[in-house]
Design a protein around this ligand. Structure first.
Ligand SMILES: NC(=O)c1ccc[n+]([C@@H]2O[C@H](COP(=O)([O-])OP(=O)(O)OC[C@H]3O[C@@H](n4cnc5c(N)ncnc54)[C@H](O)[C@@H]3O)[C@@H](O)[C@H]2O)c1
Length: 317
């Protein structure tokens, strides 16, 4: 990979991706595009590439990026606050940005990778198989379904070209501090414990989620490009893949692990769940992802939280 673009590169996952790519491909020219609506320049400390500030839904990508030069284009930019219910803003900014990228790269050699979400499964919980029906429960998830639909149409129109979508599950790790409320549950519970408060979770903490460490997500996202570039990608597996840990862990486990990692003895405060429906269980089925991309997550929840703590990003800012 010599020429790489990462959109959303000032954000949580995008900055981890951009900095990992810089480490793995030191000779590559890496460009970040971000409009900083939720990202932060602080995440890009040590980044030596180019940073373009722009809203992908409105900027003229052609002015900045020569599509014929790019080897890999990672599209992670998105409104990520799922409680933003402005249907026009979410759909316009998330979908139009992706449409203009696809139009710009039509017929080019670049490997395109884009971030979708486990939120596309919506109320269909349990073990999420990639072919399960998509039932988005909010407009954010709806826009991710639109990204997948657009990508499918693009590949039908330009069959020689590859584009791979990755549905991220519940990602946690360094450089999510800027997100505020939408940051991971692990981040928030760690902040509560370190502030001397009781960590608060819904009664009685048995709900399970697939929590996945950002370093695994970065590895899986890079694999989605390298399998294409190395000619190893076989579309018989599909073109959208789950990226998670492949394990569902109860909320109670997070508090136990945080207590061990932080050396605390915080007691849990169980609160009523305010939602009429709350998913009891989500879990990424990784069989197809492993077959198609060779993805195998390396971090258990214990190892991920320990590494997060070691990074210095879990302590209060
Ligand atoms: N964090 C998770 O658990 C998770 C789960 C599922 C999917 N995802 C997806 O992963 C991607 C990265 O998420 P994140 O957690 O790093 O969130 P984030 O909010 O930290 O990063 C998103 C970045 O995109 C930028 N951005 C938003 N709209 C833009 C636009 N129109 N033009 C240019 N830049 C824009 C923001 O400023 C921000 O820096 C997103 O596509 C998100 O939907 C994340």
């Amino acid at each position: 990979m010599e020429h790489i673009v990462v959109t959303g590169g000032a954000g949580f996952i995008g900055s981890n991706l951009a900095l990992t790519l810089q480490q793995r491909y030191p000779a590559a020219r890496i460009t970040v595009i971000d409009d900083f609506r939720s990202g932060s320049f602080k995440n890009l400390e040590g980044f030596k590439g180019d940073v373009i500030a722009g809203n992908l839904a409105e900027m003229g990508l052609g002015y900045y990026v020569d599509a014929s030069e790019i080897d890999a284009f990672f599209h992670l930019a998105s409104i990520t606050d799922t409680t933003d219910h402005d249907q026009y803003r979410q759909t316009h900014d998330n979908v139009e940005g992706w449409r203009s990228i696809l139009n710009h790269f039509a017929g080019e050699k670049a490997a395109l990778v884009y971030a979708s979400s486990a939120a596309t499964y919506g109320i269909g919980g349990g073990i999420n198989r990639i072919d399960a029906p998509l039932r988005p429960a909010n407009v954010y998830a709806f826009t991710k379904v639109q990204l997948e639909n657009l990508a499918a149409r693009y590949v039908a129109d330009f069959p020689s070209q590859q584009v791979v979508g990755v549905r991220y599950f519940n990602v946690y790790g360094p450089k999510e501090t800027h997100k505020g409320q939408p940051a991971s549950m692990i981040y928030h519970l760690a902040q509560q414990i370190q502030a001397g408060k009781k960590p608060r979770i819904f009664k009685y903490g048995e709900q399970k989620r697939d929590f996945v460490y950002v370093r695994d997500i970065v590895d899986g996202t890079i694999l989605a490009a390298t399998t294409q570039l190395e000619g190893k990608f076989d579309p018989k597996h599909g073109r959208v893949f789950n990226l998670g840990s492949g394990q569902a862990r109860p909320f109670n486990d997070i508090i136990a692990i945080l207590n061990t990692t932080l050396g605390t003895k915080a007691e849990t405060e169980y609160i009523d769940c305010p939602f009429s429906f709350y998913q009891p269980h989500t879990e990424a089925d990784l069989a197809v992802t492993t077959a198609a991309l060779g993805y195998k997550p390396a971090f258990t929840l214990e190892a991920g939280i320990a590494d997060y703590f070691k990074s210095g990003w879990l302590v209060p800012a």
